[in-house]
Design a protein around this ligand. Structure first.
Ligand code: NAD
Ligand code: SER
Length: 312
């Protein structure tokens, strides 16, 4: 029987692109998008699903004979700080419902995206190893750290086939990020093309790990397609491809738009970014399931500007 996939939070920054790619791979009829906001394209298979409604979740999974869930629905780092209790509730209780369906054998495979926000001030910030002390500073990071531990627990105790990666900041031209600390690295390209200037909410030397969308989407599908014995970790695998500062991304844009100007007005997101890693050791993902990203900063800038230039 062909796998049938449900994506939660499918209309967000990553979901928009991942859904499209999964449909290319598995067929449109086998990939069901869900969210609490309407999709841009109303002709594609979509159901309204608040992840906190576990009854509706089960109904959808039974009705559509879903076998795999990519559980993307979440509230991200910056937005999460405005409503900590809601963030904890959405980010963790939705995951519980899905893990329980895995435990009951209703679904066979689960993808849980974790994040560099699990790291905190006790984590070595340069080339951060896979296994480190985690003391996250945001409620988002706390919820994802707990989520990773629950994934690990459900695998060990109930043999649930759950797979997870710690995405760095994700950058793509197809969709707009919302409520994250790394959002500046997408906004900057749009503003460079629209106004030739950008005011960054982080300081110029704030180095963060980032990943280009095609690598993120390919890596996500790749970990889900591996034979189960290759997946040695059932909490988030570190992923990495590039690390840069706002000043460095601005310089890479200036190679194409020489009169582009960046200014800096750090806000509360500066403190969040400062608690995260600067660069990541993703050796375990490379070793276990052959993770191999293709984009660096300059290659990404070329592709972003090429794809966005017709929009403005
Ligand atoms: P996003 O905020 O763009 O999208 C999240 C989606 O979840 C939104 O469309 C939102 O409507 C939906 N959602 C929120 N509450 C919901 C609820 N109660 N029920 C159902 N849907 C709900 O986020 P994204 O950037 O696409 O991230 C997707 C996943 O990847 C998240 O779990 C996030 O933590 C993780 N992640 C993202 C990044 C990044 O840089 N984008 C980095 C690390 C991890
Ligand atoms: N990009 C995400 C954020 O900034 C990291 O998980 O919240």
């Amino acid at each position: 029987m062909r796998d049938k996939i449900l994506i939660t939070g499918a209309n967000g920054q990553i979901g928009t692109v991942l859904t499209h790619r999964l449909r290319e791979v598995y067929g449109t009829e086998n990939v069901l998008a869900s969210d609490i906001v309407e999709p841009a394209d109303s002709n594609q298979p979509f159901v309204f699903l608040d992840i906190l409604n576990s009854t509706r979740l089960l109904e959808i999974i039974n009705d559509h004979k879903i076998t795999q869930v990519y559980h993307l629905a979440a509230i991200l780092s910056a937005n999460g700080e405005w409503n900590p209790k809601k963030t904890w509730n959405v980010n963790l209780n939705g995951l519980f419902s899905i893990l329980n369906l895995g435990k009951e054998g209703v679904i066979k495979k689960i993808f849980f995206p974790s994040t560099i926000a699990v790291f905190g001030n006790t984590t070595p910030q340069i080339n951060t190893p896979q296994d480190v002390p985690l003391l996250p500073t945001t409620v988002y990071g706390m919820s994802k750290t707990a989520g990773e531990l629950w994934c690990n627990y459900y695998h060990k105790r109930y043999n649930v086939d759950v797979r997870s990666v710690r995405y760095p900041g994700i950058i793509g031209h197809q969709s707009i990020p919302s409520g994250g600390t790394t959002d500046y690295a997408v906004e900057i390209y749009h503003e460079a093309l629209k106004h030739k200037k950008y005011t960054c909410f982080l300081k110029e030397d704030t180095r963060l790990p980032m990943l280009y969308m095609p690598d993120a989407v390919n890596g996500t599908i790749k970990i889900m397609e591996q034979p189960t014995d290759k997946i040695k970790l059932r909490y988030g695998y570190n992923l990495s491809s590039m690390s840069f500062t706002p000043k460095e991304i601005a310089e890479s844009i200036q190679k194409y738009i020489s009169d582009f100007k960046i200014t800096y007005e750090p806000d509360f997101r500066q403190e969040i970014a400062a608690s995260w890693s600067e660069s990541i050791d993703d050796g375990q993902a490379r070793k276990d399931w052959d993770w191999s990203p293709k984009y660096d900063l300059n290659k990404m800038t070329t592709d972003m500007l090429e794809n966005l230039k017709n929009k403005y």
